[in-house]
Write a new protein. Structure first.
Length: 444
């Protein structure tokens, strides 16, 4: 048995390592399979898997599985002996990238995007001028891929400010009118201004433009594409009434969003998975909507449903665990968190940490200690887990653990002072607000 087949997690996530055998899994894995298939067959489609993970996902995957040999920023960096035929084929495209046709370049970049290789995307796709963006649809799509990757990297590095949105604004302003690329850029701006900056005026401005763009597109899109992107449109623009705290409007627009998503008629597997993922993302949003409205019963119903729909994605199990805690169902929340730990990254450390908190609430201190230790094993920079252990160790009478956590806390706090502007992906918060930042849906 090969090294990559000796771990169930590595085997499940194998496409991220070497584009190897794909046997299903969380829906985001289908993004790799579909993007590679489209590259080989030179197939261009308007839709795709929406969730794009940041570079930290790959780092978590390598760290948690110990597969250091696969720690690369560019596919060409992977050792020849570890390359599958499909990985080698991707490398052939990259070696000849500058000579490829623009449409093929775009398909290559979409594979890199699905693999979370955002630094490589910035390497192959240079920043574009306004004229280049306006020159054609492919140039604009490449510019949008670069802008999203650049934004994800900047956020990962803790550089979140309005200047990050300049590339997106150039694309939104200069891409030819009535294109999905322009609509996608505009919707990104609605979401970013609302979520990152709570800037109602800017969100309303870009929402109005998005509405115009969708109307222009209607006659040129087939039924599947129009319904899918209308659903995506409503899920993005609902941030405006959300900022306005207009509860009735939020419910109304999310109802419309969900209705479009559920009305999709699919003719192939790619459309089926795209439609299913879109429904999962909407249910995830609707769970948060129910929490915002204070309806815990509805939130639990929706969280359970989405966890069943994408049963191999630990993200949804962690979110269900959060709802169960709010409902006072601690024992069941533990089961959700423990099941999430068996599904792999990027949230394994968080799952162990939250399980530890639940066991601690039940007075099961020894088990809580084990969970916090497991969290630290998954992520050595998990300062919240160390803090919990530091408070718990005296109650367990474990002097060795007291001494170690005292030393480790001092080290981690000193690191925090010296790396204040560095990525904060290893900090596990007391609540699971971090979950809302990871793996968010990005439309391209």
């Amino acid at each position: 048995m090969s090294l990559i087949e000796q771990s169930p997690i590595v085997s499940l996530y194998r496409p991220y390592f070497d584009l190897g055998t794909f046997n299903g899994g969380p829906l985001h894995l289908y993004g790799i399979e579909f993007s590679y298939h489209n590259l080989i067959h030179q197939a261009s489609v308007n839709y795709g898997i929406q969730v794009i993970y940041p570079s930290s996902f790959r780092e978590s995957l390598v760290r948690e599985t110990g597969m250091k040999e696969y720690e690369v920023d560019n596919p060409l960096q992977l050792d020849d002996g570890l390359r599958t035929k499909r990985w080698s084929k991707l490398c052939e495209y990259l070696t000849q990238y500058q000579e490829l046709q623009p449409t093929t370049k775009l398909l290559v970049i979409k594979v890199l995007k699905s693999l979370c290789l955002h630094r490589a995307i910035l390497e192959y796709v240079p920043a574009m001028s306004e004229l280049e963006i306006a020159s054609g649809s492919v140039s604009a799509k490449l510019a949008l891929c670069r802008a999203i990757s650049n934004l994800l990297l900047q956020e990962y590095e803790g550089k979140v400010d309005r200047s990050n949105l300049k590339e997106l604004e150039n694309i939104a302003k200069h891409t030819p009118l009535g294109t999905l690329t322009r609509l996608s850029a505009v919707l990104q701006l609605v979401v970013r201004y609302a979520k990152n900056f709570r800037d109602l005026e800017s969100a309303e401005f870009w929402r109005a433009i998005a509405t115009e763009e969708l109307q222009k597109l209607q006659s040129s899109l087939n039924d599947f594409d129009y319904k899918l992107f209308t659903s995506i449109y409503y899920r993005a623009v609902v941030f405006v009434p959300l900022l306005q705290r207009d509860k009735d409007k939020v419910i109304q627009e999310m109802d419309v969003c969900q209705a479009y998503a559920e009305s999709l008629t699919c003719v192939n597997e790619e459309q089926q998975k795209v439609a299913l993922e879109n429904q999962c993302i909407i249910l995830e949003s609707r769970t948060k909507e129910a929490l915002w409205l204070g309806d815990l019963e509805l939130a639990e119903e929706r969280a359970r449903k989405v966890a069943q729909m994408d049963s191999l994605d630990p993200r949804y199990r962690l979110e269900l665990g959060e709802v169960l805690i709010k409902c006072g169902k601690i024992e069941e929340a533990i089961k959700m968190y423990r099941s999430a730990t068996r599904l792999g990254p990027p949230r394994t450390a968080i799952a162990w940490f939250m399980a530890g908190q639940c066991h601690e609430k039940l007075g099961e201190l020894d088990i809580a200690c084990d969970c916090y230790l497991a969290s630290i094993q998954m992520d050595s920079l998990a300062i919240s887990a160390v803090e919990r252990l530091n408070r718990l160790a005296p109650r367990l009478g474990n002097s060795a653990l007291v001494n170690w956590t005292n030393r480790r806390l001092s080290e981690l706090r000193e690191q925090q002072k010296t790396t204040a502007n560095q990525p904060k992906t290893s900090y596990i918060p007391e609540a699971s607000s971090e979950l809302k930042k990871a793996g968010e849906a990005i439309m391209i």
